[in-house]
Design a protein. Structure first.
Length: 257
């Protein structure tokens, strides 16, 4: 497990984007040999996405032979709703790069059979050869994707009821109106992400500091699902200084060294 501490959000975003860029370039993807990337939504990865778009526009990075799998999607929100994760991904990332739309996989929260949709998503990941690098963000309560506190650490892609903390945190995207916030979502499981060959978790801001502390300084705990990645052979936590406020000085010095 690595903890990379950068000065601020912009530096953390740039470091993460460079890491993703280097991983794709080193892989040398080609027809029949795609690089598979797991992707998050939310505020945290926006800076990283902006940098990846910049690298693409500069001619340094192509997504022509990249397949992506998103972590989650709300249930019952129309695909073209401005707050759906389909809209988020296309507006903030996919439409600005050269990815084949058929290679950008996002769960369908309006599928007639939600369990079948989740099972099919797992099968698509398997058929793609598994995920090379899964990038994730976390909630202030330490949840990864929509694996809320109490989720099984061996869980697979499934339908999940959202915790009130998550609904409250997401209300800002719905004009502060709790009644508009979806209460259910489809999400990859903790086990799904653990299967990736490499995992990179982005954690920025003082409001995530307690979650980072729980993620790396305490034991593996299903009430803080991000802590599961202590047991992954290749996990990188990328954070800014503000996110380290709850960590022991010794921990910060060790990882900075």
């Amino acid at each position: 497990m690595r903890l990379v501490i950068l000065e601020d959000y912009d530096q953390a975003s740039e470091w993460a984007a460079k890491y993703i860029c280097n991983r794709i370039i080193q892989f040398k993807p080609s027809q029949g040999r795609y690089f598979t990337l797991g992707l998050p939504t939310g505020n945290t990865p926006l800076g990283c996405y902006r940098k990846l778009i910049e690298y693409h526009r500069n001619g340094d990075l192509s997504f022509k032979y990249v397949k992506t799998f998103n972590m989650d999607e709300y249930v019952g929100l129309p695909r073209n709703h401005p707050e759906s994760y389909h809209s988020y991904m296309w507006n903030n990332f996919f439409k600005h790069i050269d990815i084949d739309p058929n290679n950008a996989h996002i769960l369908d929260g309006n599928a007639p059979d939600l369990q079948a949709e989740c099972d099919a998503f797992e099968k698509k990941i398997e058929e793609a050869g598994g995920i090379d690098l899964f990038v994730g963000g976390i909630g202030p309560d330490g949840h990864i994707a929509f694996n809320e506190p109490g989720s099984s650490l061996s869980s697979r892609t499934r339908l999940k009821t959202l915790a009130m903390d998550t609904i409250l945190a997401n209300a800002k995207y719905f004009d502060g109106d709790l009644s508009k916030v979806p209460t259910m979502a489809l999400t990859v499981g903790v086990g799904t992400v653990m299967d990736a060959r490499e995992v990179m978790i982005l954690i920025t801001g003082a409001h995530k500091a307690f979650a980072l502390y729980k993620a790396i300084e305490e034991g593996v705990n299903h009430m803080w699902t991000v802590s599961a990645f202590q047991q992954h052979p290749r996990t990188i936590f990328v954070c800014d200084e503000d996110a380290t406020l709850e960590l022991r000085v010794k921990t910060v010095k060790y990882f900075k060294g």
